[in-house]
Design a protein around this ligand. Structure first.
Ligand code: GLN
Length: 345
């Protein structure tokens, strides 16, 4: 099997643009062969061992296993995160959420950050790495996800993130538990009332009914607990986040969340109604993907504007395509639309 054959085999499952991106990732990451190498025919010169490895990878990909699960990692904000079936694969559009928090925190001496539903820990760890003076706490209901998050944190930032095993929907108990974390860690909540300058979250937000339009490699391989919400209560996690903010957000702090693009206005309204004036921020693909809320302060607006000004600054579409193929039904759709024509199949 060569590059062209791998791509063609993947086309029925993924479409041409994404099949090419996946094949490129495999050749680049597993065999160290760039597209230029492929054009020079080096994909035809694999050893026997390499060939059997490729057959094995191809058979996993053809069963719909995401390329990130085959490799065991995904890149996010310039860092390599271990991923597996217990965590959501980091999505390219979520990098903007991190940028938004970083822009906000950079203007402060120190920053206490709470990441609700941390999953692989990608947001928490990326923030800890970008903001060395920050105190970051990641919370997740899944013990298996927290194992992945802890592993990523210890590998990438020397364990510089505190993790808490808790259900973010049980707000009163969570707030009480956060006091414990602060007391134990000597920060970020001061031991009396937890106080965070930033509460960030990429909670589950896809309505169950939307699953029908999603790609099998998301629905069959990623944790439903991280993806889906009931149709009749699609904003339940945001209600819990706003209630947590009511108890834990420091004066002048912000809440920054990723949202379902078709519910962005409703999510912003929920925060505004709960006393946190909010605005919607678009993602790198121009979709209404984030909501930034504050305590009636200009910071949310500043942060939202800063994020909007930075749109597309960091992520050329080609890089998105190469590094983030096959992750997320919306990213996939958007990637397919953004993909420039490519001479190599
Ligand atoms: N955006 C992700 C997807 O496209 C879903 C992330 C989430 O539910 N928080 O699959």
């Amino acid at each position: 099997m060569n590059y062209r054959q791998l791509t063609s085999a993947l086309v029925p499952l993924y479409g041409r643009g994404e099949a090419q991106a996946i094949a490129r990732i495999v050749y680049e990451e597993v065999f160290g062969l760039s597209l230029a190498d492929v054009l020079l025919g080096r994909d035809e010169q694999l050893t026997l061992d390499e060939r059997s490895k490729l057959e094995n990878i191809a058979s996993q990909l053809l069963k719909g296993t995401p390329v990130q699960h085959v490799l065991g990692y995904a890149d996010f904000c310039g860092h390599r995160f271990c991923v597996g079936p217990d965590v959501l694969i980091p999505r390219p559009e979520t990098e903007r959420l991190v940028e938004l928090c970083v822009d906000f925190c950079r203007r402060r001496m120190s920053c206490r950050v709470l990441d609700l539903g941390t999953g692989s820990g990608c947001i928490a760890v990326a923030l800890a790495l970008a903001l060395p003076a920050a105190h970051v706490v990641g919370v997740d209901v899944s013990a298996a996800a927290l194992r992945v998050a802890r592993d990523n944190a210890s590998r990438l930032c020397g364990g510089g993130v505190a993790f808490l095993h808790h259900d973010m929907l049980r707000v009163a108990a969570l707030v009480a538990a956060l006091r414990g974390v602060s007391a134990a860690a000597g920060s970020p909540c001061g031991g009396v009332a937890p106080a965070f300058d930033v509460i960030v979250s990429n909670p589950p937000y896809i309505r169950r009914s939307e699953a029908a339009s999603m790609h099998a490699n998301v629905v069959d391989h990623e944790p439903h607990i991280a993806l889906f919400v009931p149709d009749d209560d699609a904003l339940l996690f945001y209600r819990a986040i706003a209630a947590t903010a009511a108890a834990c957000l420091a004066p002048g702090g912000i809440v920054a969340v990723e949202v379902n693009a078709s519910l962005a206005g409703a999510t912003a309204a929920l925060f505004s109604d709960m006393g946190f004036p909010a605005r919607v921020v678009k993602d790198v693909f121009g979709r209404e993907r984030f909501v930034v809320a504050s305590q009636g302060h200009d910071d949310a607006h500043e942060a939202a504007h800063a994020a909007q000004d930075g749109a597309a600054a960091h992520l050329p579409q080609g890089v998105l395509a190469q590094q983030h193929a096959a992750c997320g039904h919306e990213a996939r759709e958007q990637y397919a639309q953004a993909q420039p024509p490519d001479g190599v199949e």
